[in-house]
Design a protein. Structure first.
Length: 430
């Protein structure tokens, strides 16, 4: 039974929160020597800004450090508990503070959760300089922050921490705990490596996990013993950083599509695995594979479309996790197949003309004539039934409207079986 009393104190992530840039780990592209944000902070000339990045990379911590370095009032807003009335009350107070020569930094965590009216309430105060707004979000601000407000803010992109960054944080945590508790920790480099990998760039996850390890470890004779078994129990399956309705959803499906287009089967199956591991609907993936089969392969290998549809049906029959291998089968086939976007381009060009000529009449020769009146009006007059002809083509029969008579929409490539179709169509035109 452990006699560790660590759990009665504040969370480890809170106790180890850096107070200055010297202790801040990661984001060297923003706060390293000579970096733009670092220069703005050092010059005490920071603009309103939005920090965009995944959880646990230091968005809140960096905002607090900036407030401390610039000697500004720091106000933390919550989207769930702050309405327009509360926003305006704080903004009015900030204007008063400004008159006394002191800046106010308003930090809005998860700013994407503020509705449009709440975000609009910040606008006049950001514009007149009463406050410096620092928003933090895990979502793409282009979609989640009002354009008027976003145009007045500089967006800084924060990245997930590296394994070295996480290892440094965990080592600090171990040293802090041992010094605070008067103990020596028996934890191997391999344990630290496993914990750092598990955190996946998230400092909060890393510190919460090592804190759980501290709380569970055996203590005897002034030594805290951390075993392989304890690490294994602490490092359970983490939730994938994947929002099925957010930007990462579109990032990953884009990665899958473009990897297949580039005939990179290894990358394709990796991004597929990422999506499935994150809980994506396999039918959504299957629908995108069907689209890809016609958009990027087309007539170069028509079996690609058949296989993609079969994968969709397999997802219906099998469900997850069994259908994952069906999707991988299709994705690898699509990546390896010859590529042609001629069908996709043909439809795009034809659609553009169709939108320009929505009322252009169908040529009489290819109109149906089910009634005597239609026959008298020359519907179907001159129509030649291709099957009755030796070459199976009525070369003199015009099927396009007069104004589009010379248009060519489908330009086949010589990839895969499409070369055969190209030869057939060329013979038709001669």
């Amino acid at each position: 039974m452990s006699d560790n009393k660590w759990g009665i104190y504040a969370p480890l992530a809170a106790k180890l929160r850096p107070k200055n840039l010297a202790d801040f780990v990661g984001q060297r592209h923003l706060v390293g020597e000579g970096a733009l944000l670092r220069r703005l902070i050092d010059a005490d000339n920071i603009p309103s800004m939005v920090f965009w990045g995944p959880p646990g990379v230091g968005k809140t911590t960096l905002a607090r450090i900036i407030a401390g370095m610039t000697q500004a009032e720091f106000i933390n807003f919550s989207a769930t508990s702050s309405g327009i009335k509360e926003v305006r009350a704080v903004m009015d107070a900030a204007q008063t503070t400004q008159q006394w020569g002191k800046k106010t930094i308003v930090f809005v965590d998860e700013i994407h959760r503020f509705n449009k009216s709440q975000q609009d309430a910040f606008l006049p105060y950001v514009e007149n300089g009463s406050v410096i707004l620092i928003g933090a979000t895990t979502e793409n601000p282009s979609f989640e922050v009002n354009s008027a407000l976003l145009s007045r803010c500089k967006v800084f992109l924060l990245y997930g921490l590296t394994s070295d960054d996480i290892s440094e944080l965990i080592s600090r945590a171990v040293a802090h705990f041992c010094a605070d508790a008067g103990l020596v920790a028996d934890i191997s480099d391999k344990h630290l490596e496993v914990l750092a990998e598990f955190a996946n760039g998230d400092a909060r996850m890393a510190l919460n996990t090592i804190e759980m390890v501290f709380n569970s470890a055996q203590i005897a004779d002034g030594r805290l013993t951390i075993t392989d078994e304890l690490i294994q129990q602490a490092v359970t399956k983490r939730l994938a950083l994947y929002d099925k309705k957010g930007e990462e959803h579109y990032n990953l499906i884009s990665a899958l599509h473009k990897s297949m287009r580039n005939s990179d089967a290894d990358a394709a199956v990796y991004w597929l695995a990422r999506m499935l591991d994150g809980g994506e609907d396999p039918l959504y993936i299957a629908r995108r594979l069907i689209r890809f089969a016609s958009e990027d392969i087309g007539l170069a290998d028509s079996n690609a479309l058949l296989l993609a549809v079969a994968a969709y049906q397999s997802c219906h029959f099998n469900g997850m996790p069994e259908c994952g291998v069906n999707l991988a089968h299709a994705a690898i086939y699509l990546a390896a197949a010859p590529k042609s976007n001629s069908v996709y381009k043909a439809l795009g060009a034809a659609t553009a003309d169709a939108q320009k000529t929505p009322t252009t009449p169908v040529p009489l020769v290819i109109r149906n004539a089910p009634t005597k009146l239609m026959q008298q009006l020359d519907y179907g007059k001159g129509y030649q039934y291709a099957h009755d002809l030796a070459e199976k083509v009525a070369k003199d029969m015009q099927c396009l409207p007069d104004e589009l008579a010379d248009k060519k929409y489908y330009h086949p490539t010589n990839e895969g079986r499409e070369g055969k179709y190209a030869a057939q169509l060329k013979a038709k035109d001669q």
